[in-house]
Ligand binder design. Structure first.
Ligand SMILES: [Ca+2]
Length: 265
């Protein structure tokens, strides 16, 4: 083979490779996969609760409710939906996300720039801290508190100082996913509600990448489907029994659900 043919072949090969690279760069990243669900069990839920936070720990369900003058932190019996104990927040505070942190319940407020700490056993307030910006959802990964604020960002706070130590932007297919709301940390992933959306989103806490969705379309109780604010909000995980629990604002039911493949069309 003469050197000119070799040079021609080499040039064609390089051109092909470069076109391949360019084509790969032009291809938008594929959106994250979507799962469906099945309802395993339904439990009564206070239909007057404007649910803003939900957590399950050691057999007990904890709930935060919002609205000015009506915000509470409560311990709830899962099977009956009965409120076993509750504390009312000051009228100037709008309750938001909660998480169980050791022997405490930590509760965010929406725009008061304050987080509240309660003794888990008595629900007596044990402290408070400054929270810059808005507070929406709250969970933790065992080391850091994780906060959403209605944007696409998740903030990671040092539980000792409540200072922000890192932040990730949640993205699907390269686009920010905004309106992140109630949160739950499940098996190394952050699960989130999206305000006014029927999907749960699963997020990689390392880089904010969306790993998948669970589409809960059809779960909202029939009488509430035209109610503008009665949206899906509230994810709790019973780590002992592997139960995923979800509800919504004003929903009369709280559901134990299981993600499933979507039926093929
Ligand atoms: Ca939660």
């Amino acid at each position: 083979m003469c050197s000119c043919i070799r040079r021609g072949l080499l040039s064609a090969l390089l051109t092909g490779l470069l076109h391949g690279v360019a084509a790969a760069a032009d291809t938008p990243p594929a959106p994250a996969p979507v799962q469906g669900y099945r309802v395993v069990a339904s439990y009564p839920h206070d239909p007057s609760a404007f649910t803003q936070g939900l957590a399950f720990h050691d057999g007990a369900l904890y709930e935060s409710t919002g609205l000015y003058g009506r915000s509470t932190l409560r311990r709830v019996e899962l099977a009956s939906g009965r409120v076993l104990q509750q504390v009312a927040l000051p009228d100037t505070m709008f309750g938001e996300g909660i998480t169980v942190w050791r022997d405490e319940i930590v509760q965010l407020t929406w725009r008061a720039h304050r987080g509240l700490r309660f003794d888990r056993a008595s629900l007596r307030q044990s402290g408070e801290f400054h929270l810059p910006g808005e507070g929406w959802g709250l969970t933790h990964d065992g080391r850091r508190w994780i906060v959403s604020d209605g944007t696409a960002d998740l903030r990671f706070l040092d539980p000792q100082t409540q200072r922000e130590v890192r932040r990730v932007q949640v993205q699907d297919a390269g686009r920010p996913l905004r309106r992140l709301n109630e949160l739950e940390f499940i098996d190394g992933e952050v699960w989130a509600n999206i305000w006014h959306d029927d999907r749960l989103v699963r997020i990689s806490p390392a880089d904010g990448r969306v790993l998948g969705y669970v589409d809960l379309q059809g779960l909202r109780p029939e009488g509430l489907r035209r109610h503008r604010e009665a949206v899906l909000n509230g994810i709790a995980y019973d780590v002992d029994r592997g139960r995923l629990l979800v509800t919504g604002k004003y929903w009369p039911w709280l559901y134990h659900i299981e993600p499933m493949p979507l039926p093929s069309r």
